[in-house]
Design a protein around this ligand. Structure first.
Ligand code: HEM
Ligand SMILES: CC(C)=CCC/C(C)=C/CC/C(C)=C/COP(=O)(O)OP(=O)(O)O
Length: 303
């Protein structure tokens, strides 16, 4: 009598397990920054079908990279409190199933980009996938405390991918968006790594707080946040964005600086996780300001 109920429960669980491999929150943010890149690439509205196909293709590729990262890191993940409840360490899914799933997602993503977007976007997305899933996860993460600085290039690529999806080209303005995420990544991650230092030390992953200590990392978070505030002025200084963006960049950057400064004063778990949490608010905020500014500027051109 209970069989149908049981089988339904296990089916729901298996979908959740597959989704658990995809780092949905991260992929959501990645697709968001890619979409803003698409909207900034042209005056007026970009072709909506391309926006949809490119978002699907980039999202599938990023989810594939995330699933491969889960597979490749499964042993270290089983040892760390922060990751031991992931699907592979918990035994909810086999390594083989996870790899097949990742390859299917990656293959579908590439197919969508090649068929409905353009070859350059597909090639750059593939490079980002390999950059994160292989170069960062297999090599950099275990080799150097600069792992996330070098590997950050993969995470910073999405707005360039979005821009390229619409225009077929990599415009210098798209590279400014790349630079923004690239410089944002160290304070985003090192704040988190301060809070999770002991976990990383336990599995010998050479994150900055493990290799150089908390104080050096606090200073790095602060210095990169200052650099981020300076880099965030470039869209205004180069004429890409206007005053609305500038105001947003200064306010959002000022608040980031406040969090980084508090973290520099005291490296408590609370300060570290608040700085990490704010980094996500900052990212969404600054890209939203870029978009709003773009359309306000366009509208004022028609007046
Ligand atoms: C190499 C570059 C990056 C590194 C090393 C990194 C590292 C991390 C780590 C370790 C976490 C915590 C994961 C967890 O709690 O399970 C995290 C969370 C997060 N990261 Fe990053 N990140 C990078 C780039 C990015 C980029 C480019 C984005 C977005 C465009 C992003 C968005 C997020 C989000 C949304 C979360 C919260 C995840 C959640 O709570 O589920 N990250 N990141
Ligand atoms: C467009 C495209 C294909 C982009 C791929 C880029 C991508 C998925 C970046 C994700 C960045 C990220 C969550 C890094 C953390 O990895 P980690 O291994 O240090 O974190 P973990 O230990 O929590 O798994």
């Amino acid at each position: 009598m209970t069989y149908p109920l049981l089988s339904r429960a296990s089916k729901a669980l298996s979908w959740k397990t597959y989704l658990g491999l995809c780092k949905l929150n991260v992929v959501g943010h990645i697709v968001f920054t890619a979409i803003i890149g698409m909207f900034l690439a042209v005056p007026g509205m970009p072709p909506i079908a391309t926006v949809i196909w490119a978002s699907i293709g980039i999202g599938l590729a990023a989810a594939s990279a995330a699933a491969l990262n889960h597979f490749l890191d499964r042993k270290a993940d089983a040892e760390m409190a922060r990751t031991q409840n992931r699907p592979l360490p918990k035994g909810d899914i086999s390594s083989r199933e996870a790899v097949v799933f990742a390859l299917v997602l990656g293959g579908l993503g590439m197919l969508v980009l090649i068929t409905f977007v353009n070859l350059l976007t597909a090639a750059l997305t593939f490079l980002s996938l390999i950059g994160y899933a292989v170069v960062y996860t297999v090599y950099l993460k275990h080799a150097t405390p600069q792992n996330i600085v070098i590997g950050g290039a993969a995470g910073a690529a999405p707005p360039v991918l979005g821009w390229c999806a619409i225009t077929g080209q990599v415009h210098p303005y798209a590279l400014l968006l790349f630079l923004l995420i690239y410089v944002w990544t160290p304070p985003h991650f090192w704040a988190y790594a301060i809070a999770k230092r002991d976990d990383y030390a336990k599995v010998n992953i050479p994150m900055l707080p493990v290799t150089h200590g908390i104080e050096v990392t606090q200073l790095h978070v602060l210095l990169y946040t200052v650099l981020l505030l300076l880099v965030s002025l470039l869209p205004y200084l180069t004429g890409m964005s206007g005053e609305i963006y500038l105001a947003g960049a200064i306010i959002l950057g000022g608040v980031f600086l406040y969090f980084a400064w508090k973290l520099k004063q005291e490296a408590s778990q609370r300060n570290a996780m608040r700085t990490f949490g704010y980094s996500l608010v900052y990212l969404v905020g600054i890209f939203s300001f870029l978009l709003v500014d773009h359309y306000v500027k366009l509208n004022s051109l028609w007046e």
